[in-house]
Design a protein. Structure first.
Length: 547
């Protein structure tokens, strides 16, 4: 049942034009409305009032599905939903039923992809949460989807780690990614004081890439592989805490090993857009990019962006839609990669850029250098969640852990990616709003459901209507999230749904109501529980049955 589409089609059949149907700001004046009569007034040389009255009579004769009443008010046409019919439809067609058909197109979604030279920090968390939530939503929407973590296992940063491990060793008592970070910080400091050793890093990079091009396994390739995978083990451990898993870890070195990087450079040179100076540069000015893209260094070694072009050519050949989630600081590089792909006649990826996430100054110590690691951040979430729960007599460690993870994931998810976030613990773990508020609404639903519901017809209250209408909009919300690639729409919808449920709960007696009303209200509760649980799961959050 798609009431808005039914209304649009009915009016279009009558006037021959597309119309806009909007939600009314106040349910007392109907559920949907259109101002099309004002647009038709000039055409038909009649007042909007006259046109509205004429159209209402014709629309009433059509018996539009899901509509109980139609009224002309000051030139507007207001439509009133048949709530018993709508609730019955929702009860029979929402719970445990597929809402979307399977799509033929395959999506490859790349997210997180942090360099394996240390632990994830809070900025990477935003990438991971957006990526994992979008993955869940797109899969629910019906897409065949595969997630990638693109591993930067080459280049200077990894050469520094490899050299640092040789020089300083690894502290095996520490979490693996943190031990790698310690080495990375040490070697950078060492090279600042011993600049003449920089050439050893360049030589290490050159020898590693040379071995890859020859498809050799030697001492250097083994050292790089060990360092990368050691860091990734720690990174995966952090992601697991947030219930985030990738289908594939794709290593950029494979594109040097299989010859694709050399092939990319060769094909780009054939375009006539490559300039050979001290290095190889790609002219992308035809795409409005003035800065030239470096394809290869003077010593012949490739760059991350060149390998990224090869990765995208491979990825795009295996899917219909490629989606990358990148920090806003990658905009220029992403545009360069797109430009290069276009020169090669390839499709290009969709890119979702997100702004930075930070903490209010002084709100938390940064014990490991200049960044706040994701592990520290999650530890702090657990500590604060435990404190807040103890105030309320909650001592179940599983509940506390779930609330902490819920708070972090939901707070990040509720902002549009274009908006910078200042993470505020007092908001994220506020029991009166956010994820905890939704968890309470879900737990309240679970407590009420001691018998099955059934839908009866009677004069529904305003609170019942508002809640039913929001439940009906769930499908549209998911469709908007999937089509616009925006997860914050769902997060904010769940807050509104929880508010509407609590108004309903506080103003409409449920278990003590007479049988028909009790059964109907339990049907509303059951759908609400289902939608809250499903909505939270699509944001990677486990719904609690009791708090």
């Amino acid at each position: 049942m798609n009431i808005k589409e039914e209304l649009k089609e009915a009016i279009k059949d009558l006037i021959g034009e597309d119309v806009e149907i909007v939600k009314t700001p106040n349910i007392d004046f109907g559920d949907y409305s259109t101002n099309v009569c004002f647009k038709l007034a000039k055409k038909y040389k009649k007042s909007p009032f006259e046109i509205a009255n004429e159209l209402v009579k014709k629309l009433e004769n059509l018996k539009i599905k899901g509509i109980k009443d139609i009224k002309a008010v000051n030139g507007y046409i207001n439509f009133y939903i048949d709530y018993p019919k709508l609730l019955s439809h929702l009860y029979n067609n929402t719970i445990n039923k597929p809402l979307f058909e399977k799509k033929e197109k395959k999506i490859i979604l790349e997210h997180t992809s942090a360099n394996p030279n240390g632990p994830l920090h809070i900025g990477h968390l935003r990438n991971a949460v957006i990526g994992d939530s979008l993955k869940r939503i797109l899969e629910f929407y019906g897409y065949n989807l595969e997630t990638h973590y693109y591993v930067n296992d080459m280049g200077r940063q990894m050469a520094l780690v490899v050299y640092g491990i040789e020089k300083f060793g690894l502290d095996e008592s520490k979490k693996k990614d943190h031990a790698i970070s310690e080495v990375y910080i040490k070697i950078n400091k060492y090279l600042e004081e011993n600049k003449d050793e920089e050439k050893k890093i360049d030589e290490l990079m050159r020898r590693f890439e040379e071995a890859l091009e020859k498809n050799e396994e030697n001492e250097i390739t083994k050292k790089f592989k060990f360092a990368v995978n050691y860091a990734l083990e720690g990174i995966k451990e952090t992601l697991n805490k947030l219930d985030i898993k990738h289908d594939k870890f794709v290593y950029e070195s494979e594109y040097v090993r299989n010859g694709m990087v050399k092939e990319v450079i060769k094909k780009l040179m054939e375009t006539g857009k490559v300039i050979k100076e001290d290095a190889l540069y790609l002219d992308l000015s035809e795409f409005g990019i003035e800065k030239k893209m470096v394809l290869a260094r003077a010593n012949g070694t490739s760059l991350y962006s060149t390998r990224d072009i090869a990765y995208h050519l491979d990825k795009l050949s295996k899917c219909d839609i490629a989606i990358d989630i990148l920090g806003a600081d990658h905009k220029l590089t992403a545009e360069m990669v797109k430009g290069a792909l276009k020169l090669l006649g390839s499709d290009v990826p969709e890119v979702i850029f997100y702004e930075f996430i930070s903490l209010p100054e002084g709100s938390m110590s940064t014990r490991r250098g200049k960044f706040v690691s994701a592990d520290e951040f999650l530890e702090e979430a657990m500590r604060i969640a435990k404190e807040e729960c103890e105030k309320r007599g909650i001592d179940d460690i599983n509940v506390i852990k779930t609330l902490a993870i819920s708070a972090v994931r939901f707070y990040i998810a509720k902002f549009s990616p274009e908006k910078p976030i200042v993470f505020k613990w007092e908001d994220a773990l506020d029991f009166e709003k956010g994820a905890v508020y939704i968890q309470y609404a879900h737990a309240r639903c679970c407590k009420l459901l001691k018998e099955d519901g059934e839908v009866y017809e009677y004069e529904y209250t305003k609170e019942e209507k508002e809640l039913i209408k929001l439940l009906y909009e769930f499908r549209d919300v998911i469709e908007e999230c999937a089509k616009k690639r925006r997860v914050h729409v769902l997060a904010n919808y769940l807050i509104e749904l929880s508010k509407a449920f609590n108004r309903f709960y506080n103003n409409c007696p449920i278990l003590k109501a007479e049988e028909k009303i009790r059964k109907t209200r339990l049907a509303i509760v059951k759908i609400t529980k289902y939608v809250l649980e499903l909505g939270l799961s699509l944001l990677g959050i486990r719904a609690l049955e009791e708090i």
